[in-house]
Design a protein around this ligand. Structure first.
Ligand code: NAD
Length: 357
């Protein structure tokens, strides 16, 4: 057994209600928050479920804002904040994925309105105090406990409609949170337990979800893993993988969950020799001997994209991406070098299976 190193652990305050049918608890959970006028947030694609929520809330609803889009553009945040003010909302109900939760966070950041989140993807934003806002093509992020949802209703029944391809990449996005938590600078024993269990739950559930997207048992396990991924992301700092995905998504407009899926095995291969205990735990959770290879195989076996090229990235963008990724030094278990990152990006671009360590 490895020696127990000193650590800091800080629990974040949030209430989680998990299980099939937990959506029905929405009105009583709004009452528990002491709120009476909830503004419902959703994407245009999820307008119908947003309308259902308004009906469920009855007199507790202050209306709906159905304009959530990826990466929280500043003008969308401004319009949603304005609506919240006009309707005198005293809380936000965010139903959807990370984009919708992100919009609720933008409102909370300037108004302090409490958030009740109802996640319908596996992105995990509902468990983090991390906000993001995009202005002039640049995404700014920050941490503020004010934006952490007060209550989260996880209802697996709401995820059966998530298309299989997005279920897989969103689930691997959650695995990525768990993976980087295991080699985070501020890793600690509790979060590592959570992270390892998150990987196990998702790796177990996703193949089942692909086979039978309406398997509520598998959907429940995947959502449980997503919750653990969100807790991991919210609790400790991330490293190379998240930095790379942020850069690729922000600068080259690559899709969020798909980019995480492609980059993860390569970021893990890059860090393998520098974080052996994390690798052991990741591999153990995947029932394999090599973390990087098993992550690649998982994505490939589930029909997910494995190359940046297939996501629309162009070869001539790789140099610029490498330059950006080494700007602003940040923590990573293995020192980040331009040459190393350029090679990593090349492997990810081509979709090569990581070589055995
Ligand atoms: P998303 O929220 O953009 O959703 C993708 C699409 O799927 C949308 O059209 C949405 O309406 C639809 N959708 C969602 N759930 C569905 C369901 N159950 N059935 C059918 N359609 C459904 O995607 P995402 O991957 O959840 O979120 C990505 C965003 O979240 C990015 O901007 C990312 O940066 C952010 N994010 C933030 C954090 C954080 O901690 N702040 C964590 C993870 C992700």
């Amino acid at each position: 057994m490895l020696p127990l190193l000193p650590f800091v652990y800080e629990a974040l305050p949030s209430r989680v209600v998990f299980g099939v049918g937990s959506l029905e608890k929405l009105p009583e959970e709004i009452d528990k928050l002491g709120a009476t006028r909830a503004l419902v947030l959703c994407t245009p694609e999820q307008r119908a479920i947003g309308a259902d929520i308004v009906v469920m809330l009855g007199g507790r609803s202050a209306g709906v804002f159905d304009g959530a889009v990826m990466h929280v553009p500043a003008e969308v945040a401004a319009a949603a904040r304005d609506k919240a003010r006009r309707v005198r909302a005293d809380c936000c109900v965010a139903i959807g994925g990370g984009s919708t939760t992100g919009l609720a966070k933008a409102i909370a950041l300037t108004s302090g309105l409490p958030i009740l989140a109802i996640p319908t993807t596996y992105a995990g934003s509902e468990m983090t105090p991390i906000w993001g806002l995009t202005e002039g093509g640049v995404k700014k992020t920050g941490r503020d406990v004010l934006v952490l949802p007060k209550t989260v209703l996880y209802d697996p029944a709401l995820t059966t409609s998530l298309p299989v391809a997005l279920s897989v990449t969103s689930g691997i996005n959650a695995i990525a949170h768990c993976v980087e938590a295991l080699y985070s600078r501020d890793a600690n024993p509790i979060v590592s337990l959570i992270a390892e269990e998150g990987i196990r739950a998702l790796a177990d559930a996703l193949p089942q979800v692909v086979k039978r997207p309406d398997d509520i048992e598998a959907r429940g396990r995947a959502l449980y893993g997503a919750w653990l991924g969100g807790v991991s992301l919210g609790a400790v700092g991330m490293a190379l993988h998240h930095k790379l995905c942020h850069t690729l998504g922000g600068t080259f407009n690559l899709p969020h969950a798909e980019t995480h899926t492609v980059v993860l095995p390569h970021a893990v291969a890059y860090n393998a020799a520098a974080a052996p205990e994390a690798m052991r735990r990741i591999a153990q959770a995947l029932g394999a001997s090599s973390a990087a290879e098993a992550l690649y195989d998982l994505a490939a076996s589930l029909g997910a994209p494995v190359s940046l090229e297939s996501l629309g990235m162009r070869r001539e963008q790789l140099d610029h991406a490498a330059d950006l990724a080494v700007q602003n030094p940040y923590y990573n278990p293995r020192p980040v070098t331009r040459e190393g990152i350029r090679k990593l990006l090349d492997n990810a671009f081509e979709g090569r299976r990581p070589a055995p360590a």
